[in-house]
Design a protein around this ligand. Sequence first.
Ligand SMILES: NC(=O)C1=CN([C@@H]2O[C@H](COP(=O)(O)OP(=O)(O)OC[C@H]3O[C@@H](n4cnc5c(N)ncnc54)[C@H](OP(=O)(O)O)[C@@H]3O)[C@@H](O)[C@H]2O)C=CC1
Ligand SMILES: O=C1Nc2ccccc2C1=O
Length: 324
Amino acid sequence: MSYPVQLTQSLTTKSGIPITFGTGTGTKWQWLKKGRGEDHQGTIDQNLVDLILLAIESGFNHIDTAEFYTTQPEVGAALAQTDKKREDLFITTKYSPGHSKFPALSNGPKEFFRKALKDLGTSYIDLVMIHHPFFNAESPNSFGYSLGSAWKELVDLKKEGLIRYLGVSNYGVKHLEETFAAVDHNPEYYPIVDQIEFHPYLQSQSVGIHEFAAKHNILIEAYGPLTPLFRLKKKNDEGKEEFLTHPLQELLPVLSSKYSKTDAQILLRYTYQKGILPVTTSSQRQRLIDALDVVNFELEQSDIDEIDKVGASFHYRGFFEGLF
Ligand SMILES: NC(=O)C1=CN([C@@H]2O[C@H](COP(=O)(O)OP(=O)(O)OC[C@H]3O[C@@H](n4cnc5c(N)ncnc54)[C@H](OP(=O)(O)O)[C@@H]3O)[C@@H](O)[C@H]2O)C=CC1
Ligand SMILES: O=C1Nc2ccccc2C1=O
């Protein structure tokens, strides 16, 4: 039995298959690559290729990468090795604009896009996002690009048929309004997705974003949906990282036992039932299978409300702290 959830956008692969939850190649994978200190551009981490193949084998058809992660070549290698046809898979990548701390990695979206096609070994990309809205066109880090001019270049690529859908990530209401203005308020060129951090401890990455997205038919994708299970750490007096105690530690086991699901499945179903598409990852086969299986059960509304309530009593932001 399946319990469909109404999403604001029904995105599909080119062949028309509805997209699954996303499987991520950022977070720990990008640090593993970059942490080696070698020139990782263009190198291939076979462990990540194997993980992407495992995710595809486990049923994921939606793979999330980004210029910033340097993991496009691994996604390209997995595309070349899998038995699945390209048109049955859905690939997302993200242009990395420069901001005060990090320079842009390419001289504008068009240069980024040419490299992305090459790294991914594909002739089109399903979904291209701008990774964050923290542009600073005056800084040499940004090659003169602003939020509006970068968006318009991506729109040109979409018009050429090289990109199927356009989206953004970490955008708040004011950034979306600026994007709408850049295309003279033509909804045909509005972002179709906003990928943001979402979990019970960060139910709104920026003020009013979920309401605004719903009004404009923008699908919210959640990154970090399992944050309460593993990311809540702080350094102790000896400088060692230790896990924080947090309020969902009591509620999640109660719900897991009530529904005979894992804590991770409860969190993923909570996200999905709110009309938000999770982007998640695991190095473990069973966890990947479990993640997709959450479309097959349903949380009672009172339990969603309880997660909301308990979650709101604690705050945790894992990414882009201080920028919203
Ligand atoms: N647009 C943006 O700015 C950002 C985008 N992203 C994208 O989103 C993707 C996913 O983000 P991420 O935060 O990793 O997603 P999640 O919140 O899903 O966390 C994934 C982590 O959870 C662990 N995990 C999985 N299942 C369980 C379980 N049952 N119990 C305990 N731990 C579990 C996994 O470890 P294990 O391998 O041991 O299972 C993995 O390290 C990224 O890879 C990236 O593609 C991420 C951050 C920012
Ligand atoms: O996956 C990611 N990990 C990150 C860390 C810092 C900024 C962006 C990201 C990602 O998108």
